[in-house]
Design a protein around this ligand. Structure first.
Ligand code: ADP
Length: 319
């Protein structure tokens, strides 16, 4: 059976100033999953993530990492942080060393590893994110996408089992965003569990196999992308919208087209082509079988008319 790696039980969190940010959170994340937590600004996504590596301690309930209730002593926190790596939304909050290489080496050095092992891990992490060759650069002189990749490398060098990323594509251009998502997908293929927070439904649809909807500190929905983005009530409550392609298909369906809702642009275009093709074919068949064959004969000419009949007959089984 697949291992549960993060689990919360009736977890709640109140900030010291009295802000009640999370209420009765019950979620389960399994090994190897690609999970997205979606919700509008202020929903509680960052607050929730900070529980996954012990930065926040629940005010009520518990969080279990790899089946064990999280402990908050120094040694226990170190153990959690080796398992769970968090990449923050703004890489400037994470990158502080004068060079890329020093930044990425910081985590593994703190684990007390040998210089040789640290070098090996740094090189491996920079290669994974496609940033080798830029080791001596100053992080604050890099582009947004490059900073993000260095921040990811810094966490990868710790070799966590679970990677948690808060809004991984915010502030990036489409190409930079695509590169980051490809890296995450590749890491997941190599068995790393990935959890992202995002309000970009397009990114989430392409990436996640499980989604939690967070609103006002409550989990108000969970399921596959198909389940979540067909649940308009929940999306509305969370101030979220479905992906554009799903919205388009819903509009077509509302206008009488018999069409299935698809979430990505590629799937949606296939669906539209399929429906248009089959409908047109049925319409033709209907015309030919009705009294309108005289009209068709007139329109197509005798040869065209017979060709059409021939094609329809040949493909009858495929209708
Ligand atoms: P999200 O990441 O979904 O935008 P956050 O987790 O940042 O949401 O915020 C959840 C709630 O907690 C918001 O009401 C926010 O104002 C509040 N909050 C966040 N950080 C703090 C803090 N350090 N002190 C008090 N309230 C906070």
């Amino acid at each position: 059976m697949t291992r549960t790696i993060i689990q919360t039980e009736n977890m709640g969190f109140i900030y010291p100033d009295g802000t009640s940010a999370l209420h009765n959170i019950n979620i389960e994340i399994k090994e190897g999953e690609r999970v997205a937590i979606i919700g509008s600004n202020g929903a509680g996504k960052s607050t929730l993530f900070a529980h996954f590596n012990g930065i926040n301690k629940p005010t009520s309930g518990i969080v279990k990492i790899d089946g064990k209730p999280a402990g908050y002593e120094k040694k226990e926190l170190l153990e959690i942080r080796q398992k769970v790596g968090i990449v923050f939304q703004n890489p400037d909050d994470q990158l502080f060393a004068p060079t890329v290489i020093e930044d990425v080496a910081f985590g593994p050095m703190n684990l007390g590893l040998s210089d040789e092992e640290v070098d090996k891990r740094v090189e491996e992490a920079l290669t994974l994110v496609g940033m080798n060759g830029l080791e001596k650069r100053a992080p604050h002189h890099l582009s947004g996408g490059q900073k993000k990749r260095v921040a990811i490398a810094g966490i990868l060098a710790m070799r966590p089992e679970i990677m948690v990323l808060d809004e991984p594509t915010t502030g990036l251009d489409p190409k930079g965003a695509e590169q980051i998502m490809k890296i995450l997908y590749k890491l997941n293929q190599e068995d790393m569990s990935i959890i992202i927070a995002s309000h970009d439904v397009e990114i989430v649809t392409q990436f996640a196999d499980k989604i939690f909807v967070l609103h006002d500190g409550n989990i108000i929905g969970q399921g596959t992308p198909e389940e979540i983005f067909n649940d308009y009530e929940t999306l509305k409550m969370a101030h979220l919208r479905p992906p554009k392609s799903a919205e388009l298909l819903h509009l077509l369906r509302d206008n009488g087209m018999s069409i299935n809702i698809r979430l990505t642009v590629e799937e949606a275009s296939h669906e539209i082509l399929h429906v248009l093709g089959v409908d047109a074919y049925h319409n033709l068949l209907h015309l030919v079988k009705s009294d309108l064959h005289h009209e068709l004969l007139h329109e197509l000419g005798e040869e065209g008319y017979h060709k059409l009949l021939h094609v329809l007959k040949k493909n009858e089984k495929n209708i």
